[in-house]
Write a protein that binds this ligand. Structure first.
Ligand code: SAH
Ligand code: SF4
Length: 377
């Protein structure tokens, strides 16, 4: 605003309209002078993304395919969770569900729809990159490779667009960075997006309602822990407790092996009442044996974590798949037996291709549209 020769507080006002009231049409920003409104309408406020497709699943989840300015596509998923539902979900971490204390800090519209009484709580899964450089073999985004980072504006616009689609009884409750891409590889934009989404003049979401999932970039985990004082939740994609086997599934393990990753988890300054989430995608024949379960239990024994077992969602261009249901149950029982808190997360939205990156990549040849894998950059 100052560079446009307007007082700086006009910037605050526009921020509040955009992120607090979710108003993107400058004409509706009634406390701005008419001349500034006209200026913004004619030359500014181009939305960084628009909704290209909406896929509704029979189970109530919605997958939005968003088109960015350069025609790249990313996806974001909205997952309604009713209080009575036992329909556990891979993307929802609701163990502190009933505690609203932190939300009192929000000045403006703490939660979309929050004033309308008992709402359906919605979790949203966000993307941070177009594709992903990490190359995990069971993941559609990894097979595609990294095309580019998303900007903070693009990351936040997933929330802006989703809020416009919420029903009157729905309230955005949790954000999980578990869509396409590795959030900590796109560190600066991810942090900036979280600062915008938690800003009291914006959506004002409590940091602990946000969880960032990472494949295990150790220096960035340390930096991120310091950045938000451990207030933002952390999920680690572990998927194997043996180094050689983990490296075969997740090339990132060659750079940051398990021992170093666990060191970063121990250092992460999470509130003592909360747990770090360990994600474990069960891939038949790769990490689902009785010995794999025992090794995992030994590895995690001394940590305050909870384990989410996710039977692999089959993807194009890969012959890997989930274990049988009895095998999944045995694996869970083994971890339970060893005293670990452990859930099997049923996949929802299977009918709209729920695995991250799948929808965008339908019909694409791997690496055809995306640049090839780069380890880190
Ligand atoms: N890049 C980050 C966050 C996005 S992936 C990370 O890897 O943590 C979010 C989760 O989905 C990760 O735990 C990932 O391993 C898992 N995932 C990826 N592809 C999957 C598939 N085909 N089936 C089940 N889970 C998958
Ligand atoms: Fe990237 Fe996560 Fe997929 Fe691995 S699982 S390729 S880190 S998005």
């Amino acid at each position: 605003m100052q560079s446009r020769r307007h007082p700086a507080y006009r910037g605050d006002q526009v921020f509040e309209w955009l992120h607090g009231h979710n108003v993107t049409d400058a004409d509706k920003m009634t406390n701005l002078p008419a001349a500034l409104r006209a200026e913004l309408v004619s030359e500014g406020l181009t939305p960084p993304a628009h909704v290209a497709e909406v896929h509704r699943s029979a189970d109530g989840s919605q997958k939005l395919l968003l088109e960015l300015g350069d025609a790249c596509r990313v996806e974001t998923v909205l997952l309604p969770v009713t209080r009575t539902s036992d329909d556990a979900n891979v993307l929802v971490d609701d163990d502190d569900d009933d505690d609203d204390r932190d939300d009192a800090n929000a000045e403006v519209a703490p939660l979309a729809g929050a004033r309308r009484g008992p709402a359906t709580r919605v979790s949203q899964c966000l993307s941070t990159q177009v594709g992903c450089a990490m190359g995990c073999v069971f993941c559609a985004s990894g097979i595609a490779g990294l095309k580019r980072h998303m900007t903070a504006a693009e990351i936040v616009s997933q929330v802006t667009l989703a809020r416009q689609l919420l029903g009157p009884d729905e309230a955005l409750r949790n954000l999980v960075f578990m869509g396409m891409g590795e959030p900590l590889h796109n560190y600066d934009a991810t942090v900036r997006a979280i600062r915008i989404l938690t800003h009291p003049k914006g959506l004002g979401l409590a940091p602990r309602r946000i969880t960032v999932s990472t494949s295990g970039l150790v220096p960035e985990i340390d930096k991120f822990g310091a950045e938000f004082g451990g207030k933002v939740g952390l999920a680690i994609s572990l998927h194997q407790a043996d180094d050689a086997k983990r490296s075969a599934l997740m090339p990132v393990n060659q750079r940051y092996p398990i021992r170093e990753l666990l060191g970063a988890l121990r250092r992460y300054p999470l509130d003592r009442r909360r747990r770090i989430t360990i994600e474990y995608t069960l891939v038949a024949g790769q990490n689902d044996s009785a010995e794999d379960a025992r090794r995992l239990a030994r590895l995690l024994a001394s940590l305050t974590v909870k384990v989410n077992l996710i039977p692999m969602n089959p993807i194009e261009h890969s012959s890997l798949g989930p274990p049988t249901a009895p095998r999944v149950a045995e694996f869970q029982a083994s971890l339970h037996g060893a005293g670990l808190l452990c859930f099997v997360r049923r996949r929802r939205g299977d009918d709209v291709a729920a695995a991250c990156g799948q929808l965008v990549l339908d019909g694409e040849r791997p690496n055809a549209r995306f640049v090839s894998r780069q380890p880190r950059g």
